[in-house]
Write a protein that binds this ligand. Structure first.
Ligand SMILES: Nc1nc2c(c(=O)[nH]1)N[C@@H](CN(C=O)c1ccc(C(=O)N[C@@H](CCC(=O)O)C(=O)O)cc1)CN2
Ligand SMILES: NCC(=O)N[C@@H]1O[C@H](COP(=O)([O-])[O-])[C@@H](O)[C@H]1O
Length: 216
């Protein structure tokens, strides 16, 4: 059964575009019912409009508290009765009350090999630590920031001349492959979150999830 998807963004929306393309190609058996951004004038909104997808802008700066924002955000999302909420570069920390409404059906993509480098500025942190490998993780969202069970990771080698920008470019390429793939699995009912763990085809996934092919 085609799943209802709602995508949350804050910026360029290249991961949104990858998921739009994957729904249009039939890779993902899902329909993006709405795209919601916490920032106006971001290219991700243009991408959604070009694809004929309903858009909402909920500016967090217009709210007195994170709780108040999250209450309105949840209300908008729930009107679409989503089977899956997809955070695609959504840059707001979500409250426990919000997460509880969607736990087990909310995914995030994070630009590090979790549990390394939860939070922000992951590429520079990997360079500063002189890591030889870096990568991206797709995980279920829980109250703990970037601490939810990992579903899938893609790994890249860090090159001697890499900068945060060149790492981000190469990580983006991996993101645009693994995020649509994970959403595809969820829409096939192959992926679940149970008791704080991620399960794939009824097998418990390891803490680092499924490792996508090693890439340079
Ligand atoms: N409760 C949760 N909320 C969110 C999760 C999560 O796992 N649990 N994932 C993040 C996504 N994310 C990293 O992948 C992330 C997003 C935003 C921040 C952050 O520090 N945001 C600041 C504002 C930063 C800004 O506006 O540039 C904030 O919210 O005050 C850290 C990590 C999404 N939410
Ligand atoms: N902490 C969350 C975070 O940093 N997410 C990162 O934001 C970018 C969004 O790009 P996009 O808007 O082009 O999809 C992506 O690289 C994603 O991993």
């Amino acid at each position: 059964m085609t799943k209802n998807l709602v995508v949350l963004i804050s910026g360029s929306g290249s991961n949104l575009q990858a998921i739009i393309d994957a729904t249009k190609s039939g890779q993902i058996d899902g329909r993006i019912c709405a795209v919601i951004s916490n920032k106006a004038d971001v290219y991700g909104i243009e991408r959604a409009k070009k694809a004929g997808i309903k858009t909402h802008v909920l500016n967090h700066k217009a709210y007195a508290s994170r709780e108040a924002y999250d209450q309105d955000l949840a209300q908008v999302i729930e009107t679409y009765q989503p089977d899956l909420v997809i955070l695609a570069g959504f840059m707001r920390i979500l409250t426990a009350n919000f997460v509880q409404k969607f736990v087990g059906k909310m995914l995030n993509i994070h630009p590090s090999l979790l549990p390394k480098y939860q939070g922000l500025n992951t590429h520079q942190r990997a360079l500063d630590a002189k890591d030889t490998e870096h990568g991206v993780s797709v995980h279920f969202v829980t109250e703990e920031l970037d601490g939810g069970p990992v579903v899938c990771q893609a790994c890249i080698k860090v090159l001697s001349n890499d900068t945060a920008e060149t790492l981000a470019q190469r990580i983006h390429a991996e993101e645009h492959i693994i995020y649509p793939k994970v959403v595809e699995w969820f829409c096939q009912d192959r992926l679940t979150m149970r008791n704080g763990n991620a399960w794939f085809d009824n097998e418990l996934l390891p803490p680092t999830g499924i490792r996508y092919a090693e890439k340079n």
